[in-house]
Ligand binder design. Structure first.
Ligand code: NAD
Length: 418
């Protein structure tokens, strides 16, 4: 098969499948396997009907996609965002398949989303959407079938409503959803896990790239769950976080942003608007700043062929899913800027979701220290496997990660019998 020339206009699902094809060129997959492994297993589109506070009835489009379940129950977050669509959810579900395989946790890939803008919804409306969505996908989720989790604009509170709704039909079953508040079966360390994982992976990647973490200049796009925790842990490791951003814009301070202050600010004010510890910059300027480590941790396709040439970071660690388009990925590869791909860099979240699920199945709780230790062991091992394979095959970290993940899922599919 000839690899197509990537463009920025590829949709997210085409982008993931491009990365798949690029990695598959180095593998000896049986005929028919590439198509089977790229395709989604099941796609559900639902209408989430809610009575608004003003009395009107409103419908929001919801999705749940099961990509591949060869390695275990489907697993993936639920996103609430006005631009959620089927192609995006397919892509995110596929990424989950490869991510779980890279860190070798026994899950397949899934993703869900509701096309809504949470900033325009009251708390009651948000709760209704969360509960109604679960009622609509009830038949295809469950602790041994598909286990949702938080993603963009969903959090522990939303997971609490969702697991409560699931429990109404099926009885007490905390393992049906991860990312719950600790009081109702959540795991110690889950909220911080993705950002913590980004920092663990950054430590190893910096070592390999010869970057000293002490004083390393870090730029983080997105200051939500992933970005704010990644910034916090990198700051604690001695890095100088010189710029952060969120939906309200970018904030730059060459001397280093006071991350604990930004942390408190965003939790008190919902976003960074009005933060006075830095100068305002645009999100585009922020991505192009000279720095040692760039962590895009907001949305997908923010580094494209239009700005990739202007990226001055020495290392990119993908906190978000799909922040780099395939066309930009090629440019960065040619420029020699290493990119630690999403399926490795942000796998800390699903890894601790696995710990949460395992604790729930056993009705037993782990201490936070154990969660963080086990997380570090898994991510360090996965990082070195991907890096060594990249060196051995002279490929990028992304192609290497896809190679290992595809090989693993193909092997398991063959063992189970297609
Ligand atoms: P979140 O909703 O907690 O935070 C998103 C952040 O991005 C917010 O700070 C928001 O203001 C900012 N943002 C939104 N639009 C923006 C824009 N146009 N420009 C700049 N910033 C913008 O979401 P999250 O859970 O932190 O997820 C962020 C990314 O990480 C997503 O790609 C998600 O799929 C991925 N991810 C999340 C997890 C997890 O456990 N939450 C795990 C793996 C991957």
């Amino acid at each position: 098969m000839t690899l197509i020339n990537p463009t920025d206009s590829m949709n997210p699902y085409e982008s993931v499948n491009y990365y798949f094809d690029k990695a598959a060129e180095h593998l000896d997959l049986e005929n028919g396997y590439p198509r089977m492994l790229k395709n989604t297993y099941r796609e559900i589109r639902v209408s989430v009907t809610v009575r608004r506070d003003n009395g009107d009835l409103d419908d929001f489009l919801g999705f749940r996609v099961h990509h591949n379940g060869a390695r275990g129950p489907y697993k993936g977050g639920i996103r609430f965002h006005p631009e959620v669509n089927m192609d995006e959810v397919r892509a995110l579900a596929s990424l989950m398949t490869w991510k779980c395989a890279i860190v070798k946790i026994p899950f397949g890939g899934a993703k869900g989303g509701v096309c809504c803008d949470p900033s325009t919804l009251s708390e009651r409306e948000l709760e209704q959407i969360s509960r109604n969505y679960i009622r609509k996908v009830d038949l295809v989720i469950g602790p041994l079938r598909d286990i949702p989790a938080p993603d963009v604009n969903t959090n522990a509170k939303v997971m609490a409503w969702m697991s409560d709704e699931y429990g109404k039909r099926h009885g007490y079953m905390p393992a049906c959803i991860t990312g719950k508040p600790i009081a109702i079966g959540g795991s110690q360390g889950r909220e911080a896990a993705t950002g913590r994982g980004v920092s663990y992976v950054a430590i190893q990647a910096a070592k390999r790239s010869g970057i000293k973490l002490q004083g390393a200049r870090v730029v983080v796009q997105g200051f939500g769950n992933v970005g704010s925790y990644a910034a916090k842990f990198l700051h604690e490791l001695g890095c100088k976080v010189i710029a952060i951003s969120d939906i309200s814009g970018g904030y730059h301070n060459a001397g280093g942003i006071d991350i604990p202050k930004a942390w408190t600010y965003v939790r008190e004010n919902k976003n960074m608007k009005g933060f006075d510890g830095a100068d305002a910059v645009s999100n585009d300027q922020l991505l192009e700043m000279e720095c040692d480590i760039l962590v895009p941790a907001a949305l997908g396709h923010v580094i494209t062929s239009k700005n990739a040439d202007r990226i001055k970071a020495k290392l990119i660690v993908e906190g978000a899913n799909g922040p780099v388009t395939p066309a930009a990925d090629l440019i960065l590869e040619k420029k020699g800027i290493p990119v630690i791909p999403d399926i490795l860099a942000n796998a800390g979240g699903v890894t601790v979701s696995y710990f949460e699920w395992a604790q729930n199945m056993q009705h037993f709780n782990w201490e936070e220290e154990k969660v963080n230790e086990e997380l570090k062991k898994i991510l360090d091992k996965a990082f070195h496997q991907v890096a060594d394979n990249a060196t051995a095959h002279k490929v990028s970290m992304r192609t290497s990660a896809f190679m290992l993940a595809i090989d693993e899922v193909a092997r398991v599919s063959k063992l189970r019998g297609v």
